[in-house]
Design a protein around this ligand. Structure first.
Ligand code: PLP
Length: 394
């Protein structure tokens, strides 16, 4: 076994060597601009992009025409939310109300925040102590002014799986568009935009063993046809929804990553669930005062999020040198502020401050899990002993 051990796969994943192999020719020999259809270089690049569109669409049961390439899920979330809101305003359609929930990624929350400053209204439906939105409560937040609901498929800190199918059904019945940030769920658990009545869905390559800086937005074409105002003006690429020269190699990597996930999802989930359960049992059976954050029943197989009584998450991470885990989302891992996701569950500040997120991935092994269990148990015990000996240093 080699150190360091990477167990922070919700922050990002390494590129699968098979995805890298598929990408490489598009950086060197087949480097054409996919919009240059007048010569073979451009046509080959365009063909590779269309192949990737099909690979992505197949994974989520969409039509390839419904896939819009972006620079990643931050952009996809912005395009979905602001695109719907601005199009509404542009067409002078009635309604200015958006419904979301407080444990969304910042890309969703801050897009909504921006729209609030522009005069849109946003409702935040609270989550329960398990981290889940209650669809009935969400239904009560909808009004005739509601234009969009945005609820993530899987949370990036606690891995809980929101009741997307129920929310999709509700939105369809009420004639409201439904966006889901499915970054952490796509390729990990089955997602079907038809069966789940999803109208817009954000995807990113770097959470599914593809490269960073490339993602996609699923935009429903039929029943209903979704219209978006673009965020970026320019050459009118991606049916006018996202101008800019396509990142062909990145897109090929995303397509290949989706194809691999589709083939391997079931087996990989089974293996990672067993590893995650082993990690959970190994820690919980050897330590008192450990709490699981979020529902264990409705959760990604790859995720475990624990709080340790009397231990600061940051201090624990320092003791775990050589093991990459995190105390929350990557985008706020430099901030000392505790997790807003855990605070939204009502865990209390102490538990939010003492949390560690374990994100298992394709390349983790049983040996690594056994090693991590030993190190976590040892580190928590010594931090607690130190706190008893030197209470003034806490
Ligand atoms: N949404 C969720 C749930 C995420 O976990 C992330 C990544 O951290 C993003 C959006 C942003 O994705 P990207 O890094 O592709 O912009």
């Amino acid at each position: 076994m080699k150190l360091p051990i990477y167990m922070d796969n919700h922050a990002t994943t390494p590129v699968d060597p098979r995805a890298l192999e598929a990408m490489l020719p598009y950086l060197t020999q087949t480097f054409g601009n996919a919009a240059s259809r007048t010569h073979v270089f451009g046509r080959e690049a365009a063909a590779a992009v269309e192949k990737a569109r099909k690979q992505i669409a197949r994974l989520i049961n969409a039509d390839p025409k419904e896939i819009v390439f972006t620079s990643g899920a931050t952009e996809s979330d912005n395009l979905a939310i602001k695109g719907v809101a601005w199009m509404h305003r542009q067409e002078c359609n009635p309604g200015n109300h958006i419904v979301t929930q407080p444990t969304e990624h910042k890309a969703v929350l801050d897009s909504c925040g921006r729209l609030e400053k522009e005069g849109f209204e946003v409702s935040y439906v609270p989550v329960g102590t398990d981290g889940l939105v209650n669809p009935d409560e969400l239904g009560r937040a909808l009004s005739e002014r509601t234009i969009l609901v945005s609820v993530m498929a899987a949370n990036n800190e606690i891995g809980v799986l929101q009741p997307i199918r129920e929310i999709g059904e509700l939105c369809r019945e009420r004639g409201v568009l439904f966006h889901s940030d499915a970054v952490q769920a796509v390729g990990k658990v089955p997602i079907d935009v038809q069966a789940m009545n999803i109208d817009l869905m954000s995807i990113t390559a770097h959470k599914i063993y593809g490269p960073k800086g490339v993602g996609a937005l699923y935009v429903r074409h039929k029943k209903p046809e979704v219209h978006l105002a673009p965020l970026i003006d320019g050459g009118g690429h991606e049916l006018g929804m996202r101008s800019g020269t396509l990142n062909v190699a990145g897109i090929v990597g995303l397509g290949k990553a989706c194809e691999l996930s589709m083939q391997e999802m079931m087996e990989e989930s089974r293996r990672l669930r067993a590893l995650r359960d082993c990690l959970k049992h190994g820690i919980l059976s050897r330590l008192e005062g450990v709490h699981i954050n979020g529902s264990m029943e409705r959760r990604l197989p790859q995720n475990l999020n624990l709080s340790f009584d009397g231990v600061e998450g940051e201090a624990l991470m320092t003791c775990l040198d050589g093991i990459a885990v995190s105390s929350g989302a990557a985008c706020r891992s430099m901030a000392s502020e505790s997790s807003y996701v855990l605070r939204a569950l009502g865990t209390g500040e102490d538990r939010a401050q003492s949390s560690i997120r374990f994100g298992l991935g394709r390349f983790n092994t049983q040996e690594e899990v056994d090693y991590v269990i030993g190190r976590v148990v040892e580190a928590v015990k010594s931090l607690r002993e130190f706190a008893l000996l030197c209470p003034e240093r806490q």
